[in-house]
Design a protein around this ligand. Sequence first.
Ligand code: G1P
Length: 276
Amino acid sequence: MKNIKNIKKCLFPAAGYGTRFLPATKAIPKEMLPILTKPLIQYAVEEAKRAGMDTMAIVTGRGKKAIEDHFDISYELEHQIKGTTKEHYLTDIRSLMDSVTFTYVRQVAMKGLGDAILTGRSLIGDEPFAVVLADDLCISSSHGVLSQMIEVYKKHGKSVVAIETIDPGDTGKYGIIDGTEISPNLYQITDMVEKPSPANAPSDMAIIGRYILTPDIFDILKQTKPGVGGEVQITDALLQLAKKGEVLGLHFDGRRFDCGSIDGFVEATNYFASKL
Ligand code: G1P
C-alpha cells in the first residue's frame, strides 16, 4: 500500500530570464507581467491555493525581487489608500497573503527546469509536491487543473503531469509523452522526450507546466545529466520514474494560455478582458 500524503506545498520555478519579452523583462521578472491587473505568478498561486495548498515555495534568481515584494505588505501604499475608495483593489492580494505562506530560495545558475526543481528541495523536504510554471496560465470551467491532478495522485499515488494535444509541428517546444490510456483522459506514461523534432516525437501529446511529483524525484534529479539545450531537464528525470510505471499523464479539462509567448499572452489578455 502506498503512503499517499496530502499535497500542501507548491513549487514555482521563477528564475528564468524571460528573453522573449525583452525589453519588458529587463528590470521586471516575466512572472510579474500582468494579464489585465494581476501578475502571472498571482494567478498561479491562486490556483495552488484553490487546490488546497498552503505553502508557496518560489525558486527565484537575480532580479526577481519584485516577486517577493508583491507578496509582502507595502506599508506606504497601505497607508496612502486606507479608507479611500481604492482600498478594494488590494482585497484579493491581502486575503491571499493572509491564507498562505511564501518561502523562497535562489537558484544561483540557470541550469534548467530540473535544476530549479532540485534547488527547491530545501523548501519541500520529503513529501509529494506540486510544480506550477506560471507562464502556462490555466483556466477551467470545472475545478482547476492542479485540483484535477491532485485527485489523480490521491487515487494512484504516482507522479502526474498535465498533458495537452498540440499541433504536431510544435513538438520542439515541449516535453512530449508516449503512453497508454488506462481510463478516460488518463495515460500511463511509457516514454517522454524533451523538445523532440516532429520526426522524432513519440506523439502529439505535450507536457504543460503542471506537475505533481513524488519526492524520490530529487535523488534522480541529482544524478540527471544536462540534456537538450545543455540544461537539466525534469522530463529526463521523470522518464526514470516512468520506466518503472510511476508517472501518469492527465489530459486535463480546461484551457491553457502559453503566456511565455506573445500570441498566448495576447489571447489570455483578450480572454480575461472578455469576462470583465
Ligand atoms: C518546460 C519543460 C517542458 C514542458 C514546458 C511546458 O519547457 O521543460 O517539458 O513541455 O515547460 O510549458 P520550457 O517552456 O521551460 O522551455
